[in-house]
Design a protein around this ligand. Structure first.
Ligand SMILES: [Cu+2]
Length: 200
């Protein structure tokens, strides 16, 4: 019969086989490598945001965003200002439940410092359809050096679940060639002409 105090029958006291020792040693050595990589990645890994980071209260950041939006506003869409900041400047966008604010119109090839933050909860900045991602956390101002290199009309999607309105949280960044403060060119007559191509 087996109890906890009598020695079970078996060969568990036999010394480990050489192969087992080798594998345990390899596994232990690999654990040590991964353990060392954790702090190394923290300091050297490419996942750390480039550019400046500093703490800011959400209210102070929001005030700065509003000041920026008022200063360079060139239009408005559904109550959200469209802002065209000068090339080389510091530009701002904040994620809040549930919108990205404000909309930006930038010049292709110009350098900007894009300050991103969140007002209430974590949000995920995702530039669609380019798939550029950056998580924004309330209380931190991330100044990202950016150079828009393709013209286009992009959407900013939130890819961090942030509540009941998460799926409608959309922003907009437009990249134009040349002066971003100039009004968008009117559609050319050719483009505006009705399609007479003979389609049924
Ligand atoms: Cu969200």
């Amino acid at each position: 019969m087996h109890t906890a105090i009598t020695t079970p029958r078996g060969i568990w006291w036999v010394r480990a086989h050489k192969g087992e020792k080798v594998w345990v040693t390899i596994a232990f050595a690999w654990c040590m490598v991964l353990f060392a990589m954790m702090p190394l990645w923290h300091f050297k890994g490419g996942q750390n945001p480039a550019g400046v980071r500093h703490k800011v209260t959400p209210a102070a950041f929001m005030a700065r965003v509003q000041e920026f939006a008022d200063q360079y506003k060139v239009g408005e869409e559904n109550g959200v200002p469209l802002v065209a900041p000068p090339p080389g400047s510091d530009i701002y966008m904040i994620g809040l439940q549930w919108r990205w604010y404000p909309e930006l119109r930038l010049t292709k090839g110009a350098t900007y410092t894009l300050h991103l933050s969140a007002f209430d909860v974590n949000h995920g900045f995702n530039l669609y359809p380019l798939n550029i991602n950056f998580m924004v956390v309330p209380g931190y101002d991330y100044g990202l050096r950016i150079v828009p290199n393709q013209i286009g009309d992009y959407r900013v999607v939130c890819n961090e679940f942030c509540g009941i309105g998460h799926h409608v949280m959309l922003g907009r960044i437009v990249v134009v060639d040349g002066d971003n403060r100039a009004p968008p060119a009117a559609a050319s007559p050719a483009a505006a002409a009705p399609n007479t191509g003979g389609a049924p």
